[in-house]
Write a protein that binds this ligand. Structure first.
Ligand SMILES: [Zn+2]
Length: 190
């Protein structure tokens, strides 16, 4: 997931044009070097946001509620949420928001913090749970499978900002997508 210096100087970043934003959101952007990106290669950002808005409304949920629930995950030391096990991963910082307006870490923040959380489905096979207990780092190749088989949800500390400020839950091709229906189920929202 190598990151460049630009990520560490978020406050000097200019706001991207619409085209630049779309490039930053796609997988394998040369500067961002995030394998999954935020949006599938052929997904339409604005249609995605509209569709998710309808789902959020249908579920009688709000962006604020969803963002706060994820924030709480990062603030608590609890080992479970809604019966599902919480596993934390530590790093120095998360990526800068693709809109160029926010970073979860200040420019001089160099200490390790929880940047990513796996909430592992209480109903997933025992072998999967064991893998989390044994491995301190879950390989990237495993992420897509975790979502495909509904074994876990992956939360980033950037998610609350993306949801609150941009109403963006990420695309269907990235395991970082915050699918509202799954979030309700995993985090016990109603
Ligand atoms: Zn932003």
């Amino acid at each position: 997931m190598g990151r460049n210096l630009q990520n560490e100087l978020p406050f000097s970043m200019p706001r991207p044009s619409k085209n630049e934003l779309l490039k930053r959101l796609r997988p394998n952007h040369p500067d961002e070097q995030l394998r999954f990106g935020y949006l599938g290669a052929n997904e339409d950002l604005y249609q995605l946001i509209e569709k998710d808005r309808e789902t959020i409304k249908r579920l009688n949920l709000s962006y604020e509620e969803l963002a706060s629930a994820i924030e709480r995950l990062f603030q608590t030391d609890d080992e479970h949420v809604c019966g599902n096990r919480i596993f934390r991963e530590y790093y120095i910082h998360s990526p800068v928001c693709p809109w160029g307006d926010f970073c979860t870490t200040g420019p001089f923040g160099l200490s390790l913090k929880v940047t990513q959380i796996f909430v592992v489905n209480k109903d997933c096979p025992e072998g999967v749970k064991t893998r989390f207990v044994q491995n301190s780092t879950i390989p990237l190749d495993y992420y897509t499978m975790l979502v495909k088989y509904d074994w876990a949800m992956i939360f980033s500390d950037l998610h609350p900002h993306l949801i609150r400020e941009h109403h963006f839950l990420e695309g269907h091709e990235t395991p970082y997508r915050i699918d509202p229906e799954r979030a309700v189920r995993y985090l016990g929202l109603s």
